[in-house]
Write a protein that binds this ligand. Structure first.
Ligand code: SF4
Ligand code: SF4
Length: 69
């Protein structure tokens, strides 16, 4: 098994998210949701790191990060 394989995951800077829901609409796998009507949160176990949410976010508060698998 290959160790230290990198995966790309969306990370919302939650203090800047305006909960508009644009990211939720574009995610192809339903990995990102608005929590408590306040902020978006991406589920790292579902997110495939496609970056669509980051492109769509009008506030540019989603980063695609490389994480260890
Ligand atoms: S990076 Fe892609 S899969 Fe991950 S939350 Fe954003 S739109 Fe969904
Ligand atoms: S598109 Fe950006 S501002 Fe809108 S809910 Fe998603 S992360 Fe928050």
């Amino acid at each position: 098994m290959v160790k230290n394989r990198k995966k790309r995951k969306a990370l919302v800077q939650q203090s800047y998210c305006v909960a508009c829901g644009c990211c939720v609409k574009v995610c192809p796998v339903g990995a990102i949701q608005i929590m408590n009507g306040i902020t978006a949160q991406a589920d790292p176990s579902t997110c495939i790191g496609c970056g669509k949410c980051a492109k769509e976010c009008p506030a540019s508060v989603i980063e695609i990060q490389e994480v260890e698998d």
